[in-house]
Design a protein around this ligand. Structure first.
Ligand SMILES: C[S@@+](CC[C@H](N)C(=O)[O-])C[C@H]1O[C@@H](n2cnc3c(N)ncnc32)[C@H](O)[C@@H]1O
Length: 253
């Protein structure tokens, strides 16, 4: 599979979802309502009440904001912000002295999230069009980076983590929710464009994922929670996919 072809397919798929205004969970079986799905991956009732409805597109695999211990005044960056659910949640935590930036490569996602932010009058949020492999963000400018079910979609994950490291302030951290695999995936899954866009085919084995984070320079790399990701997934993949929440710091030791 050509790398550019995969990226084009992924972008097209997310652009269609943004335009349709509806979506389904990563494995695209759409078996549960968005609220139910949100609760199953870790959002509380209060979280879901506190974000604009349109931002919950059922595309995540965790709730990184719940684990990120954000503080008032923090600058937060969300990699692959989609409809913006985690950006809106984080905006509430950092308050008017803080700022949350969402970056996404799909124009229609950025437009959708921007329009939601305008509609509800958020002033501490900014959405930027861009790729997470080449972030449109200044060096050493961010306190916390979050991301929810996105880095698995990247063809060059090491580059993503190096970019995350570059834009973080010294002492800053990442709190990433993502899918990883337990062992090798079947060849036909790895070669499927649908499985790429569905956050499965590009997932790394857990050990390789954590090594990639360390290679980028991060220290204190830790899986803070993990659970088998069996929501709306095909029988063949049951037990093979894990949702991990990974924390790591930009510090010298
Ligand atoms: C599975 S969705 C997750 C969206 C959001 N994080 C959430 O939890 O609802 C993946 C998002 O990442 C974006 N994306 C995928 N690959 C990307 C890349 N290389 N650079 C920037 N955005 C990317 C897609 O456009 C899409 O909006």
């Amino acid at each position: 599979m050509e790398e550019e072809e995969i990226k084009k397919f992924v972008k097209k798929r997310y652009s269609e979802m943004a335009k349709a205004g509806v979506s389904c969970c990563p494995s695209c079986k759409c078996g549960s309502s968005l609220i139910e799905f949100g609760k199953r991956i870790g959002y509380s009732d209060e979280d879901l009440r506190n974000v604009p409805e349109a931002s919950n597109m059922g595309l995540g695999c965790g709730n990184p904001v719940a684990l990120a211990a954000l503080k008032e005044g923090d600058t937060v960056l969300d990699l692959g912000s989609g409809g913006g659910i985690d950006v809106f949640l984080a905006a509430k935590r950092v308050g008017h002295k803080g700022k949350v930036i969402g970056v996404d490569m799909t124009e229609e996602m950025v437009e959708k999230a921007e329009s939601t932010a305008r509609k509800y009058g958020y002033t501490n949020i900014e959405f930027r069009l861009g790729e997470i492999e080449s972030l449109p963000v200044e060096d050493n400018s961010v306190d916390v980076i979050i991301s929810n079910c996105v880095i698995n979609l990247s063809i060059d994950k090491e580059k993503v983590f190096r970019e995350a490291y570059r834009v973080l302030k010294h002492g800053g951290k990442i709190m990433i929710s993502d899918l990883v695999t337990e062992g090798e995936l079947p060849e036909e899954v790895k070669k499927s464009f649908d499985a790429w866009a569905g956050c499965i085919a590009g997932a790394l084995e857990k050990r390789e994922y954590l090594e990639t984070v360390m290679k980028a320079g991060f220290k204190k790399v830790k899986v803070v929670s993990e659970s088998s990701y069996d929501i709306d997934i095909s029988e063949e993949l049951k037990g093979k996919i894990t949702s991990v929440k990974v924390e790591a710091y930009k510090v010298s030791k």
